[in-house]
Design a protein around this ligand. Structure first.
Ligand SMILES: [Zn+2]
Length: 321
């Protein structure tokens, strides 16, 4: 769809409007509304997140990382609600209601934020999961006291990448830091796949749901919304291209986690399962988004995560709306 269409002049910059509460913010892309809903902030040590980088390596990025190598302000965990042609499509489902040790004990607020913003979870008809990391699926299952599980968004189909699903439930997925598989033995996967292990508790609950649709590759959700494969961070990672009335936007997922990666797209994080493919996808995606002036919705960038990628004299950089 529009993501691959020829270069043309960038559309006028959309205006961000805030709904109550302030951490729901909205832009219009043609006839499409995109709402950014902040689930929580995660404290992240950049020196741990970017392997082999020391605090000095981050000084070039103008205050994005502090002197203790902590990401300034933490990493936002945003979910995007896209309204298109009468449909309500939620992209990603945050950390969930339970404190997550891997996120510094943070828990999400997505449902309360939605309710305070006047968004009934029952009106969501589709949930697109960019990938199966724990900070993107936490709100999907709703475990009940009797041991059963129901969907948190009961009227929605959950669109999940097949390749990530296959990896999450692969018996050879490491279950321990020493690389031992779920069923014992050597793991064929790189160390980054350990992050998948943190998704297993929610994944096991998701297995009990009957509203999951596994997808592989391109898929049009509406005439205005297309799922686009962007593999590398995970094998099945997917993004969403929005095109309406000549205006375009792109919901990035975790192709990049921080604005600094736009300047250094060859920097992988410790969570990138296929690092070389991740670099290739990041370079190609960021170049297209910059060249074509496409509005970007980046869930881990500072809230609300709407902006453009600008080509500077020597490097590209992030320009928030
Ligand atoms: Zn993430």
């Amino acid at each position: 769809m529009g993501y691959n269409s020829p270069i043309h002049e960038p559309a006028p910059t959309p205006v961000i409007t805030a709904r109550r509460p302030m951490n729901i913010q909205k832009i219009n892309v043609g006839n499409v509304n995109i709402l950014s809903i902040s689930d929580c902030l995660m404290a992240v040590d950049a020196c741990d997140f970017f392997p082999h980088k020391s605090v000095g390596a981050f000084q070039q990025f103008e205050g994005q990382v502090d002197d203790d190598c902590q990401v300034n302000g933490g990493i936002n965990v945003a979910c995007f609600l896209i309204e298109s042609q009468g449909r309500r499509i939620l992209v990603d489902a945050g950390l969930g209601p339970t404190p997550v040790a891997q996120a510094g004990g943070a828990a999400g607020n997505l449902l309360s934020e939605m309710r305070q913003g006047g968004i009934d979870p029952n009106t969501i008809d589709t949930v697109v999961i960019t990938h199966l990391h724990f900070d993107h699926i936490g709100w999907l299952p709703n475990p009940l006291p009797d041991g059963s599980v129901c969907p948190t968004f009961p009227n929605a189909e959950y669109i999940v990448p097949q390749a990530d699903w296959d990896l999450l439930f692969d018996p050879q997925l490491p279950s321990h830091v020493n690389g031992e598989g779920q069923g014992g033995g050597e793991s064929p996967y790189p160390p980054a796949v350990e992050v998948f292990r943190d998704s297993l508790p929610v994944g096991r609950l998701m297995q009990k749901l009957d509203n999951i649709r596994l997808v592989d590759g391109d898929l049009n959700v509406t005439d205005e919304i297309a799922i686009v494969p962007t593999p590398g961070h995970t094998p099945g990672h997917q993004s969403l291209a929005v095109t309406s009335q000549g205006n375009r936007a792109f919901v990035l997922g975790d192709v990049a986690h921080l604005p600094l990666q736009i300047q250094v797209p060859h920097w992988n994080t410790k969570a990138d399962v296929l690092p070389e493919l991740g670099i290739k996808t990041r370079r190609e995606t960021l170049r297209k988004l910059a060249d074509q002036g496409i509005i970007v919705a980046a869930g881990h960038f500072p809230a609300p995560g709407f902006g453009r990628i600008i080509a500077g004299e020597t490097r590209r950089y992030w320009q928030p709306l």
